[in-house]
Structures are given as C-alpha cells and as structure tokens.
Design a protein around this ligand. Sequence first.
Ligand code: ADE
Length: 261
Amino acid sequence: MTIGTSATEIAVVTLFPGLVNAVGECGMTARAVSKGCLELSTYNPRDYTTDRHRTVDDRPYGGGPGMVLMSGPLDAAITDAVANIQSQQRVQVVYLSPQGQRLEHRLVCELASQPMVLVAGRYEGVDERLLQARVDREISIGDYVLSGGELAAMVVIDAVARQLPGVLGHQDSAAEESFAGTGLLEYPQYTRPENFQGMQVPEVLTSGNHEKIKLWRRYQSLERTWRRRPDLLENAQLSSEDNLMLKKIIKAARPNGSSES
Ligand code: ADE
C-alpha cells in the first residue's frame, strides 16, 4: 500500500474477496486502480477467527431459519481495514443492506469524497450489536434482497470510481451522463455503421453542425426524461430554452391538448 496516497481508498469486509476483487480487475474500475485514483482492498472475517473451523456465523438467538454473522470476526476485520487506510480523513463504515438509504447519484458523489469500509453481509444477516457499534450508515441498492452485500458493494465501487477525477476518458463524460449535472436522462448514442438493418443514424448527427447537434441532443434528453422518468423533471436544472423545448415536446406528443401521452 502506498504511503500518503491521494487515491480514494475503499476496503471491503467480505467472505468472498475473490468476487469483490474482480471489480478492480476489469474495465473502468481497473483503470481507476491502475491510474492511482482508487485503492481497493478486501478483508475476510474468516481470517479473524480463532477456532479450528474458522467459524463466522451461528444460529440466531430466539430461533428461526438460517445463520447470523457473528460480531467478533467482523469487528476485527473492520478494525484492521480502518487501521490500514492511509487517508487522514475520517473513515466511514458502510453496511450494505436492503434496509439502508437508497443509493442515488447525490449519495454516490458524497461517498466519492471520502475513504470507506464497505461491509458485505451474508446469510440471514449480521448481529445487530455489530451494526450499532461499528456502522456509520446503511446503504441499499434497491428494493430487492440479494444473497449478500458483495454485489451491492461492487455497485457502490463502480459508481464511485467513475466520479473520481481523472478516471473517465473524456473530461465531460461524467458530467454529461444521466443524473449528473442537469439531472436529465442521457440522449441516445449512435456509432458506425450509418445504416444498421435499415435503421439510419439521425441525419443531424452526421451533419457536422455542432450547434444543431447540441440542440438535438438536449431535445432528446428532455423528451426521454419526460417520457421515462418525469419525476426527475421536478428537480432538474432547466433553462428557459429547456422549458420552451419541453412545451414543444409535450405539444408534439399531445397535439389535441389531451392530458395523456
Ligand atoms: N444486501 C442484500 N440485498 C441488498 C440490497 N438490495 N442492497 C444492498 N445490500 C444488500
């Protein structure tokens, strides 16, 4: 590990380090690691057990199905993970759980500015006292139950990594994509060939007229957001030109002024 690193440090406490490490070995997150923008490490609670069987779970008090992760090994793994983070900033301990705060763009940006230890649970859950004693916040990636927090931790890592300065190839990519900056969905993209199975690339995109392309893309962003995620329009930063465009979009979709799309 580098001393005095300026990378965003993320440690993951997990029983499946191989799964989590894979996120640092492929694609954009691998680039973030190799560029020194992101530092990833994993800590396996099984390595902090003291018994012959390396036990990390036990039956729930009060009965019921399944097993619960014990506090001791998780606590020791978190302590080691926090101690090995070089940053002088406070380390946030985050537990991935369907009961947590829903992950969305604003939260991703907030997380990107600080070092953290992500704790991935397994089985029926984690001893509540461990959460009380060690966890600062719980984060959910959606209203469904995964068999463990690893995939959720990987989602957090990927989303955070693309917000780190210097990670994305094009300087504007993070600012232009859906939810960033303006809070709108992204316009559609096309690449070669110009004709795919009889479907032509919109003419404006091959016109070379950058002003027209910009307007067309803005129109597409607004229309997509209005059709697919109208809830986003409430908080989007819209200029007066955007509002005019939006009126045009709605009028085109409802030529008789009907209230249905
Ligand atoms: N662990 C299990 N399900 C989860 C979810 N939906 N979000 C975050 N962590 C989880």
